[in-house]
Design a protein around this ligand. Structure first.
Ligand code: PLP
Length: 360
């Protein structure tokens, strides 16, 4: 028998507790075999987008479309929304890859990079006039740095003509984000939504549609997954190609479950659990919280330095108790731990982990 394990890794992570039941329904309703052009599948798309709109408070003037991953959306944003240059806030590996994508696609993009584990002081940032898009990560999963929502509001007020593109992968649905402050947002489902990997969700407003329609007069904006192609299909609750139908279905079901539980309850739980985690780490002589300024501490991915030696002993103590905690990312793989605090992680699980930290 395989041991029972709970995954506190920041993606893929523990599945939301209803996923298994929904998988059985998907089998029973032949969702793995029906045509993606069928009325039955159109209903699935309709349901999923409606539940997401409700859960994340997405206004009607935003389209919701499905991609392979968040990584794909970095490319689609460059192709569809950036003629020459974008500007990027880099505070870890994922936000850097968004910028790297721009450079790889020959955009003359620029960036500001924070010290690892730190946020940005917007007073000290000047975004070039030419930048068409501002790219940022709401929650930088590699370092556990979150961007406060007030900073997004400030960017909107200072640069109203630029499009704001938000990588929200390990954040949503937790932050109470006002979509009127941004133009486009994207995420993958294997983090906070507690689903199997292999589906990206891209949300964009009319300003993005207009920009893509203007750009297509001048240069290639891609083909199958261009904004015009996406919206032509989205208007019929369809997709340009055969999508990850199973995951689109599961996303709708889990979003429905989350709506039933209530977004305010989800936020309250995440706040409570993150307070427990930060408190335990703060009071431990074995760890040091990586993000020092609490304004920038992520509530959904908690990162700490291991003070002596590497993380292997702690990770195996956790594993013996059935908890799989995340390693550090990249060069911090051995020297840090990363703890996912997603809706799928119960209070009991986090309390158990806090107990292990306190006794370690
Ligand atoms: C995981 C992650 C990505 C990449 O997601 P994929 O599903 O691998 O494309 C992008 N940005 C952030 C912030 C992430 O945490």
């Amino acid at each position: 028998m395989t041991e029972k394990l709970i995954f506190l890794t920041p993606g893929p992570s523990e599945l939301y507790f209803t996923v298994e039941d929904h998988l059985k329904i998907a089998f029973r309703e032949h969702l793995l075999s029906i045509s993606h052009r069928s009325a039955q599948f159109q209903e699935v798309v309709t349901h999923t987008t409606q539940e997401l709109r409700k859960l994340m408070n997405i206004p009607d003037n935003f389209y919701i479309v499905f991609t392979a991953s968040a990584t794909e959306v970095w490319e689609r944003i460059m192709e569809n929304l950036v003629e020459k240059t974008s500007f990027h806030f880099i505070n870890g590996t994922f936000s850097k890859r968004f910028y790297d994508t721009a450079i790889a696609l020959d955009r003359k993009s620029t960036q500001i990079t924070s010290e690892l584990g730190q946020g940005f002081d917007l007073e000290k940032v000047t975004i070039p006039d030419e930048a068409e898009v501002i790219g940022l990560a709401l929650n930088e999963t590699s370092t556990g740095v979150a961007m406060p929502l007030e900073q997004i509001t400030e960017l909107r007020a200072t640069y109203p003509e630029k499009l704001i593109a938000v990588d929200a992968v390990s954040a949503v649905p937790f932050p109470a984000l006002d979509f009127n402050q941004i133009d486009t947002l994207f995420f993958s489902v294997q983090k906070c939504f507690g689903l199997p990997a292999g589906l990206g969700v891209w949300i964009f407003n009319e300003r993005c549609v207009e920009k893509a329609q203007k750009l297509i007069q001048k240069q290639s904006i891609g083909f199958h997954h261009s904004i015009p192609s996406f919206i032509k299909q989205a208007d019929k609750n369809q997709t340009p190609c055969t999508p990850n139908m199973l995951n689109i279905f599961l996303l709708g079901k889990v979003a429905e479950d989350m709506n039933r539980y209530g977004i305010e309850n989800i936020r309250r739980d995440i706040n409570y659990k993150s307070a427990l985690l930060y408190h335990a780490l703060e009071n431990s002589s074995k760890f040091e919280i990586f993000v020092k300024n609490s304004n920038f501490q992520s509530k959904t991915v908690v990162v700490a330095d291991v003070l002596s030696g590497d993380n292997s002993e702690f990770l195996s103590v956790c594993r013996e108790k059935g908890l799989v905690v995340g390693t550090g990312y990249g060069s911090a793989k051995k020297s840090q731990i990363r703890i996912a605090n997603f809706p799928a992680h119960s209070k009991e699980t986090i309390e158990k982990l806090v107990d292990i930290i306190q006794n370690y």
